[in-house]
Design a protein around this ligand. Sequence first.
Ligand code: AMP
Ligand code: GLY
Length: 437
Amino acid sequence: MSIRILLLGSGGREHAIASKLAESKKCSHLYIAPGNAGTAALGTNIDLNVSDFDAIRQCVINLGIKMVVVGPEVPLVEGIVDYFAADEQLANIAVIGPSKEGAMLEGSKDYAKAFMTEHGIPTARYGTFDRFTINKGIDFLHNLSAPYVLKADGLAAGKGVLILDTLDEAEASLHEMLEKQLFGKASQQVVVEEYLDGIELSVFVLTDGRHYKILPTAKDYKRIGEGDTGPNTGGMGSISPVPFADKNFMQKVEQRIVLPTIRGLRKQKTDYRGFIFLGLMAVKGPDGLDPYVIEYNVRMGDPETQSVFPRIKTDMVDLLEHTWNKTLETIPLDIDSRTAASVVLAAEGYPGSYAKGMPIQGLAECKECMVFHAGTANGNDNKTIVTNGGRVLCVTALSDTLPTALLNCYQAADKITWDGRYMRRDIGQDLLRLSVE
Ligand code: AMP
Ligand code: GLY
């Protein structure tokens, strides 16, 4: 049966998800709320706020939607899955994403750390403190060695983690976070943790709460500047798969992290039918690299999705229906063995302030690659596409090897221009160097 689907969100991640949903025979029509100029070409954009559950409810009922796919974390942390489950008219609609309790894995760092401790999942040693226990927090810092990692407990739009080189700076930041509410309510509690030295990567899992599929791995490039310098961004590029995440490493990830995570969710009867994004640090151990969890996210990554989703060959709607029906073990997962390279094209000034409304040239010339829209809008003439955000586009190329994927990706990205376009030129270079070593 073919169904109408609503996708929530508006970034490059959502354009990549939308592409997979729209190409499925099981999708009769795709709606995207609020979407962007790219998703508008795949379905119907609806001007809705992803946190306005009553408006989403009306839209689902009026349009006869049977599945809602949630892109960003905020509506999940706010409880959209529970909202649907509690409503007679919505209870049978498939909502892809965890319940409010499951979403706490991303919504509260303290909750996530306690979950990992309880279920024996490897992660950095930590303590959680509030303004009444700040002195204990300072003592805890004294027992760690530099650098020091401080994390606001709640959601802070990706900005709530500080890494400090000296004890003095760490103490001062702990005071600022707890007493001056540096990150508002999000830093009413702060997780202080041991620094893990290694290489980061992202592993994605789709689960129905009992069974799971491990999706392709990816590496993200978070800093704005080449050589991983400058401020953090949402992500400036991604590569999938990660060459060093070989069979041996992935077996450790599955045994030490994925299995205990799913078992833990099951044990505490948490309804979790959606994506789990494991932010991992691969740390050198006596028997090769060992995985540690840096963070859980309860959604796909951006821009990781732009290199992970194009490699998934199994029908996406089929996969998500099996997720909702808790029958994920009955469907095979088919992955494209090629490498995907994605580079983000951003507006000059991002992640600080930047201009909007710049006309984009060259989009039609990128025929061999995929171009995912993020911060774009249709211009007033309804022909031009203009910039409308910090991260504007993401170009993805698939090829047999990493060097050719990168070559094709940058060749295509170079054809797209606007006044002030910026991209990092070194996406994937670290992985090329590692494979030579
Ligand atoms: P998070 O929001 O928890 O992913 O943290 C943001 C970034 O801080 C991560 O992507 C890592 O680069 C870094 N980070 C977080 N926790 C640690 C840690 N314990 N050791 C080293 N780096 C960390
Ligand atoms: N690219 C990192 C994230 O989506 O959180």
